[in-house]
Design a protein around this ligand. Structure first.
Ligand SMILES: [Zn+2]
Length: 263
């Protein structure tokens, strides 16, 4: 059996999967080294916080996801941001390891233009720098805008471009800033395209993620799928599965600043 795998990005705050169910599911998974639950919006912080409190190998990020921002008005966005800051200053802040998701999404441009999206992204970037926390980036299309926003704040970042969906040529533009690149379980993604991207990411910058939930998979099943995806990627890179998983786990710990616990 290959070593336990770290899931760099999931959402343990979806209303469909209450914390008690998830904690039970996490308890019965074999072969999960740890996971980070990414932030979406303030009404979901409590669920993620509860899972982190119950399962020590799960940590979380807090932020306003570009989809959440696009779905709310300006007053709600400002209140949402206050809730992010309150969470970062709150009693359970020791479970927070990153700021995010944050970023830009071209598919939401009918709801929020690029300037507005970049303004919220920049606010979150400054917060991450101020607190010395890594960032969890959600970038769909608009890579030029995202890179401009990153560079305008700092030439150097710790964090991950989650669920990377760009072309392989974009990878060095992110890794040059210090960022990692994560490949996600994507049922609709063309596997051959993912293999090309998987070969283009340097070993010290590669992360794997479920980006769970899915409608038809519970979390233990998603972790099984993640292991299968890891095997495909190891194949594409000409590595063995155990060493790819070890690389992923070490990279996850480095990005999120985690110690060696619970393996
Ligand atoms: Zn996500």
């Amino acid at each position: 059996m290959s070593p336990a795998i770290f899931d760099s990005h999931a959402h343990f705050d979806d209303s469909q999967w209450p914390p008690a169910t998830l904690v039970a599911d996490l308890g019965r998974i074999q072969g999960l080294a740890g996971a980070v639950s990414a932030g979406f919006g303030p009404e979901r912080f409590a669920a993620s916080r509860a899972v982190c409190r119950a399962v020590r190998k799960v940590r979380r990020a807090v932020g306003l996801h570009p989809w959440w921002l696009a779905a709310h008005d300006q007053t709600q966005r400002e209140a949402g941001w206050q809730a992010v800051v309150a969470e970062l200053d709150g009693a359970d802040s020791d479970t927070i390891v990153a700021i995010g998701e944050l970023g830009v999404d071209k598919n939401r441009k009918h709801l929020m233009d690029a300037d507005q999206q970049m303004r919220w992204m920049t606010l979150a970037l400054h917060q991450a720098k101020r607190r010395n926390l890594p960032i969890v980036l959600h970038i769909v299309g608009w890579h030029g805008h995202a890179l401009d926003a990153l560079r305008a704040v700092s030439p150097r970042w710790r964090g991950v471009v989650h669920r990377f969906s760009g072309s392989p040529e974009l990878i060095p533009r992110y890794t040059d800033l210090g960022l990692h690149v994560a490949l996600a379980l994507e049922p609709r993604l063309d596997v051959s395209k993912r293999q090309v991207v998987a070969r283009a990411v340097p070993a010290d910058r590669l992360l794997l993620e479920t980006d769970w939930p899915f409608l038809d998979l519970d979390y233990p099943q998603a972790v099984q799928e993640l292991r299968l995806m890891a095997a495909q990627i190891a194949d594409a890179r000409g590595e063995d599965l155990s060493s790819l998983i070890a690389t992923n786990n070490a990279n996850c710990r480095q990005v999120y600043g985690l110690g060696l616990v619970n393996e």
